[in-house]
Write a protein that binds this ligand. Structure first.
Ligand code: RP5
Length: 166
C-alpha cells in the first residue's frame, strides 16, 4: 500500500541510543506504508539534554505534528520532549535492560498531570506508528481513507485464517 510520501517530515521519531534503532524499525515501516514522511534521530535525554529540549521547542515550527520517543532503562526522552513542547508525544518503552523494559515502561507512562505521554507497550514500535497515523488522520481525509482500507485488509486476513483452521 506504499504511497508516494510528501517531503516535509510530519512525524519525528527519536531514540535514546544507536542500540535502540533496530527496535524502532517497525515504526518506520508502518509510516512508510501509509506514505507519512518522518525523520529519525538518535538523541539521548541524559547525554544530550539541551539538544533534546531544542528539538522539542522547534519541532512544531518545522512542520512536525507528532513525536515518537523510544528509549530503554530510565526512559526520560518522551517526558522531556513533552515538557518542552505542545505536540503529542507517543512514548515507546524499550527492552534490553536488566529489567527487560519494565524500567522504561514505568519511567515513560507515569507522567505528572498536565504533561501527558501516550505510552504504548514495551517494544510496541508498530503501534506507536499506528497511533501517530490515527492522530494525523483526524485532519487528513486521504490518510483516514488509507487507514480504513488498511484496517479492512488486516481484518480480511484474519477472517481467512479463521475459515481455514488446522
Ligand atoms: C537508554 O539507555 C537508551 O535508550 C538505551 O535503551 C539504553 C542503553 O543505552 P546505550 O548504553 O546502549 O547507549 O538511554
Amino acid at each position: 500500500m506504499g504511497v508516494e510520501a510528501e517531503s516535509r517530515p510530519r512525524v519525528g521519531i527519536l531514540v535514546g541510543s544507536q542500540s535502540d534503532l533496530p527496535k524502532m524499525e517497525k515504526a518506520a515501516d508502518v509510516l512508510r506504508t501509509f506514505g507519512v514522511p518522518y525523520e529519525l534521530l538518535v538523541l539521548s535525554a541524559h547525554r544530550l539534554p539541551d539538544r533534546v529540549a531544542e528539538y522539542a521547542k522547534q519541532a512544531e515550527e518545522r512542520g512536525l505534528q507528532v513525536l515518537i520517543a523510544g528509549a530503554g532503562m530510565a526512559n526520560h526522552l518522551a517526558g522531556i520532549l513533552a515538557a518542552h513542547g505542545l505536540l503529542p508525544v507517543i512514548g515507546l518503552p524499550l527492552s534490553g535492560s536488566a529489567l527487560h523494559g519494565v524500567d522504561a515502561l514505568y519511567s515513560t507512562v507515569q507522567m505528572p498531570s498536565g504533561v501527558p505521554v501516550a505510552t504504548v507497550a514495551i517494544d510496541g514500535a508498530a503501534n506507536a506508528a499506528y497511533l501517530a497515523v490515527e492522530i494525523l488522520a483526524l485532519a487528513d481525509g486521504q490518510l483516514k481513507e488509507r487507514l480504513k482500507k488498511h484496517r479492512a485488509s488486516e481484518r480480511a486476513k484474519l477472517e481467512i485464517t479463521v475459515k481455514q483452521p488446522g
